[in-house]
Design a protein around this ligand. Sequence first.
Ligand code: NAD
Ligand code: LMR
Length: 338
Amino acid sequence: LNPNQMEGNSSLLERANCRAKGGSPGFKVAILGAAGGIGQPLSMLMKMNPLVSVLHLYDVANTPGVTSDLSHMDTGAVVRGFLGPQQLENALTGMDLVIIPAGVPRKPGMTRDDLFNINAGIVKTLCEGIAKCCPKAIVNVISNPVNSTVPIAAEVFKKAGTYDPRTLLGVTMLDVVRANTFVAEVLGLDPREVDVPVVGGHAGVTILPLLSQIKPPCSFTSEEAAYLTSRIQNGGTEVVEAKAGAGSATLSMAYAAVKFADACLQGLRGDANVIRCAFVDSVVTELPFFASKVRLGRNGIEEVYALGPMNEFERTGLEMAKKELAASIEKGVSFAAK
Ligand code: NAD
Ligand code: LMR
């Protein structure tokens, strides 16, 4: 029997559940879109995460193969595969964390907003499932355009009466990962020692790196700041163009998604001082959603931090970011209201 057949075999399922309970601590994680370009490496990395006891892989295609393959890894997490909408509810029931990389990626010449027409409906349907089956789960939204799909998710949860702003997070971790890498390159540092907060949203000018708040403290010429800001804002496009029609960032995204998901699980476990950037329900600006540093804990987001001091270059960037973000948020909210 393989993990795709577990549903029908109660004794095997019981043993797997037992094993899942045996390890401590263990969280139950579902990945929706698990067979895709991001989904597959993300699923593999989560199978390797010692904080995960049960890993549910859901997609509308190819989950049996991915599940069978990953289930042979001798790590602790029990893997189960779910295929198609009729198995969505089983995939979601009992989950602590749901990660959503489902949806189409960009091709050269497209903006993330060009994905709205297809991905908005996908995210809406998946979130309706979450509201029904695991309303208390932490939700990590990766599907683009994040600036609109997170507001869509919030509206779906509000309609269902399950909305808790502490549990909904748009994943902007790849922007931070890129910022750390590109800045380290320019400064000749080890990227693992660099931490650049990136605020705003996850598309073009809404991606706002706060280089003035970098750790360790460093200063930049105005040319360096302009070059780095533009490279960080266009990092996604750089990959889309290099892949030349074969999709967008998948491997670096899976890495960033796991870094972020792991932080969410550390928070759930009760670790102190787990702070990451994410696109969340926010009052730090006049906009209803905004990416900034948040502290993660047992309830999801425990604290959303203010933006802190910015220089003039960053303040100008903030105004541009807010203008575009307002329109993307509104687009998501009106879609969900239909
Ligand atoms: P992909 O096409 O390789 O994979 C997407 C997967 O989603 C496929 O396996 C597909 O079958 C599945 N899918 C489609 N409809 C579904 C549904 N209704 N339910 C469940 N699964 C469904 O794409 P990818 O490269 O993995 O990218 C996925 C999404 O992530 C895209 O929207 C992309 O723009 C976005 N993305 C976001 C970030 C970020 O930083 N937030 C980074 C990279 C990519
Ligand atoms: C990224 O930043 O790599 C993703 O948002 C994918 C994309 O379309 O650029």
